[in-house]
Design a binder for this molecule. Structure first.
Ligand code: 5GP
Length: 144
């Protein structure tokens, strides 16, 4: 049977964008939001999400990418500073075969430290208080 490849407006990030479920937000503008990943692959793992609906990069309007990646860069610089990271990994998955699990376009921004591997993708839930504290650090770095 053919895989479903249309946008489902009940995906979890669409619900976060509509304010129907909470998130630890770090950034919002007219086109893009950023919030903490609840199952971080490392401290400070942030998701950057365009407001425009698309499943992933494959069906997105190309006009989405400029504003989206401008925020990816801002957040990458901020998380590097906020966590004293040595580098930043940017990840983006398209369809199940690639590892995508939430079907609204998003970009992962993950601070990296020399010699420390990433934790598994969609692994363990982080404590809300840790996510709140990390979001605060990123908001502070974005403001400075
Ligand atoms: P994907 O596999 O689609 O690229 O990544 C989806 C990401 O969303 C995963 O890293 C997962 O930990 C995260 N995630 C799943 N459910 C939620 C949620 O309810 N809230 C937040 N903030 N992140 C989520």
């Amino acid at each position: 049977m053919a895989e479903k490849t249309t946008y489902d407006s009940n995906n979890i990030f669409a619900k976060i964008l509509r304010g129907e479920i909470p998130s630890h937000s770090v950034y919002e503008d007219d086109a893009v939001v950023a919030f903490m990943d609840v199952m971080p692959q490392g401290p400070g793992h942030t998701l950057v999400v365009p407001k425009a609906p698309s499943r992933n990069l494959l069906d997105a309007d190309p006009g989405t990418f400029g504003p989206l990646f401008a925020v990816v860069q801002k957040v990458a610089v901020a998380v590097k500073k906020a966590f004293g990271a040595d580098g930043v990994t940017i990840l983006q998955f398209n369809e199940p075969a690639s590892g995508q699990t939430v079907y609204h376009l998003h970009v992962h921004v993950i601070p990296r430290f020399e010699g420390i591997p990433l934790k598994p993708h969609s692994g363990q839930m982080e404590k809300p208080e840790v996510l709140a504290e990390n979001a605060g650090k990123i908001r502070t770095a974005l403001a400075n």
